[in-house]
Design a protein around this ligand. Structure first.
Ligand SMILES: Nc1ncnc2c1ncn2[C@@H]1O[C@H](COP(=O)(O)OP(=O)(O)OP(=O)(O)O)[C@@H](O)[C@H]1O
Ligand SMILES: [Mg+2]
Length: 244
């Protein structure tokens, strides 16, 4: 199997120089993700899920430890190199879509390709990606002319268009009603069946259960990691105990 990423003793500390502000959001975490896996990251608010996802997506750097992405240590890269690695390896899907409001659906999807000098027919690739998420008919529409679920599908097309090594999703169904959320989840699960590697932060345990593997974070550390059925059940049981 191809290893997409590997973390070894990775920590992320906010404000490491200022003791009274300092927060160890991710604390000596080690794990690996193989190509084709689908991994849910669960845990209580503030446990470090989004911070970890940002480090995985090269939006932020670890404070210490090792991060190998596509076999390459990214911890010491400069800003430009980091942006390049991100563009090649990572497709992001956020809760609030992050589409540019003045660009049409196809222009939004095309955007990550415009940073690549080597790609010629960016428009055709963007249209292909929109077709994959079932939105070929909406290519010229602005985000404001689309439903929430359609906007998230455009965002997924934008994440896919560069053929990244993995999709990183932070609460991708969090802003959607339950039926639309299920549609978006079905699309992600179809992409996973077609070979995509997915790492998803979610509060929704039924969403986490739909992925193969789950990682439970607590205070910046990994409390449990394994088949999603087992880990989600253990997490739910621990929280039921806390609540009672
Ligand atoms: N930019 C920042 N500066 C300082 N501390 C931060 C910053 N961003 C996050 N934190 C802190 O780091 C910890 C982890 O935050 P993070 O956003 O990763 O949690 P989370 O698990 O995603 O929570 P939620 O489920 O509420 O989204 C929290 O204690 C948070 O207050
Ligand atoms: Mg978060």
């Amino acid at each position: 199997m191809t290893r997409v990423l590997e973390l070894d003793g990775l920590s992320k500390v906010y404000h490491p120089e200022t003791p009274e502000l300092s927060v160890r959001a991710v604390d000596r975490v080690s794990f690996a993700v193989e190509a084709g896996e689908s991994l849910a990251i669960i845990g209580p608010s503030g446990c470090g899920k989004s911070t970890l996802l940002q480090v995985l997506g090269c939006l932020d750097r670890p404070t210490s430890g090792r991060y190998l992405l596509g076999g390459r240590d990214v911890a010491g890269l400069g800003d430009d190199e980091l942006a390049l690695v991100r563009n090649v390896h990572v497709g992001f899907v956020f809760q609030s879509f992050h589409l540019l409001p003045r660009l049409s659906a196809v222009e939004n999807v095309e955007l990550p390709l415009l940073y690549r000098a080597t790609v010629d027919d960016t428009r055709a690739l963007a249209l292909d990606a929109l077709a994959r998420v079932g939105l070929a008919q909406r290519a010229r529409h602005l985000p404001s002319e689309l439903s929430g679920g359609q906007r998230q599908r455009v965002a997924i097309a934008r994440a896919l268009v560069t053929r990244p090594s993995m999709l990183l999703c932070d609460e991708p169904t969090g802003a959607l009603d339950s039926r639309t959320g299920e549609e978006v989840l079905a699309l992600l699960s179809q992409l996973h069946d077609e070979g995509a590697t997915i790492v998803m932060v979610t509060h929704d345990l039924s969403v986490a259960r739909a992925l193969q593997r789950a990682m439970w974070m607590k205070d910046g550390r990994i409390e449990d990691d394994g088949p999603s059925e087992r880990v989600v059940a253990a997490f739910a049981a621990a929280h039921a105990r806390e609540a009672s």
